[in-house]
Design a protein around this ligand. Structure first.
Ligand code: 1CP
Length: 362
């Protein structure tokens, strides 16, 4: 009951004039049609102009912490396709980096961190340094917003962070993994220690998102890519509860900024996630049936997703059929067209243009 009241209040404080950006209208609970669209990982290696800037920057962290270059790659897909959303170019692992955990992006093998698995490791994290270390990322937000105001007035800027569970999984494991065994074991074996790590991440993530909003991000997204590997009891404890806290913290200061949650592979728990966390929108992964999500998630909460990125590699009739199926399932409700996971680096850029034509045609 309290949650419902909160949501109503939130909606009323959101921009609702017809001139508001389509993405913000949809996230505010309006069934905008044709739906606004953007794509997860829309800036990236499938674009030749991204590869050029990436090379110029030297490394991936250098790219994320050089505002001119990060703003430039954020805008590249907007220039090409006129997307309704621009997502800050950064990475979920920049929060551990800002907390002082050594991080590098190894060519061809993804992120590598010095694993944290004991009390000393957790105690060594520097919450007090997050704002200062991440300052160039907030500067990218400020710069991108200023450039959008001049060049692309209908495009809204989305800030983001990883959710505590997913970020903790990389911090404990030290790298990507198919099953994050070490992390899942630690959460069972030493929930007090793991809980301290999660609480540190709740605080760091709150601060990091607030700073992006202060730099004028217009919406924020919480990526929980590994939410789906937990049993329900652990999902409630490590995915839902920390997300409840972050959404509450953000809404307390910025009730009008919509929050998108992405509990990837949450399956039937998607409804409970939507109701408990109070997010304005839930991003559906590729495996989610949009019709199930529409029945499980409250009607005022927007849905986002969930085209299979592999159909985007295929293009042609396969892409058209898949995109139309998603559109048909979502017609009449607040919806943002997107992929069910990040765009693949072998995606032909012209297939993205084809998708934009399909979605804009309604
Ligand atoms: O060399 C390169 O260019 C590095 C590739 C790359 C890119 C383009 C990485 C390394 N991160 C990013 C950008 C990124 N990552 C964005 C930018 C905005 C966008 O255009 O969408 C965002 C939102 C992310 C988020 C992210 N990073 C997630 C959550 C979403 C998802 O895809 O599940 C995760 C899990 C990461 C970790 C990460 N960063 C990079 C890689 C290769 C990975 C995956 C590692 C693994 O588990 O294998």
């Amino acid at each position: 009951m309290t949650l419902e009241t909160d949501k109503t209040t939130t909606r009323m404080t959101m921009p609702s004039e017809p001139t508001a950006k389509p993405l913000l209208r949809a996230l505010g609970g309006e069934a905008v049609w044709p739906p606004p669209m953007w794509l997860m990982r829309q800036a990236g290696r499938y674009l030749p102009e991204y590869r050029a800037v990436r090379e110029q920057a030297g490394g991936f962290i250098a790219l994320c912490t050089t505002p001119d270059l990060a703003a430039e790659v954020t805008l590249q897909p907007i220039r090409r396709y006129g997307m309704d959303g621009a997502i800050l170019f950064s990475d979920i692992l920049m929060v551990p980096w800002a907390l002082g955990q050594p991080l590098r992006f190894a060519e061809g093998e993804g992120p590598v961190l010095e694993p944290i698995r004991d009390a000393a490791g957790v105690a060594g994290l520097r919450l007090d340094q997050v704002r200062e270390r991440a300052a160039p990322i907030f500067e990218t937000v400020r710069l991108t917003r200023a450039l959008l105001a001049v060049q692309h007035q209908r495009t809204a800027l989305i800030g983001f962070a990883g959710s505590p569970w997913t970020v903790a999984a990389y911090m404990v494991e030290g790298h990507g993994s198919r099953d994050f065994h070490v992390t899942r074991e630690l959460a069972f074996q030493d929930p007090a220690l793991f809980g301290r790590l999660i609480r540190t991440l709740v605080d760091a993530t709150t601060d990091y998102l607030l700073a992006q909003i202060e730099a004028r991000a217009e919406a924020v997204m919480l990526f929980d890519s590994w939410a789906g590997m937990l049993p329900p009891s652990q999902f409630r404890r490590w995915v839902i509860e920390p997300s409840v806290a972050i959404v509450r913290n953000v809404k307390r200061l910025h009730p009008g900024i919509p929050v998108i949650g992405f509990p990837r592979l949450a399956g039937p728990l998607i409804g409970e996630y939507a109701q408990r966390t109070g997010v304005n929108a839930v991003a559906m992964d590729t495996a989610m049936d949009p019709r199930f999500a529409a029945s499980a998630v409250p009607a005022g909460v927007a849905l986002q997703g969930n085209l299979d990125p592999l159909s985007l590699i295929a293009g042609g009739a396969a892409l058209e059929a898949e995109a139309r199926a998603v559109l048909a399932a979502m017609r009449g409700r607040p919806f943002v067209f997107n992929l069910g996971h990040g765009i693949e680096k072998t995606t032909p850029p012209e297939h993205v243009a084809q998708l934009v034509r399909i979605v804009r045609g309604g």
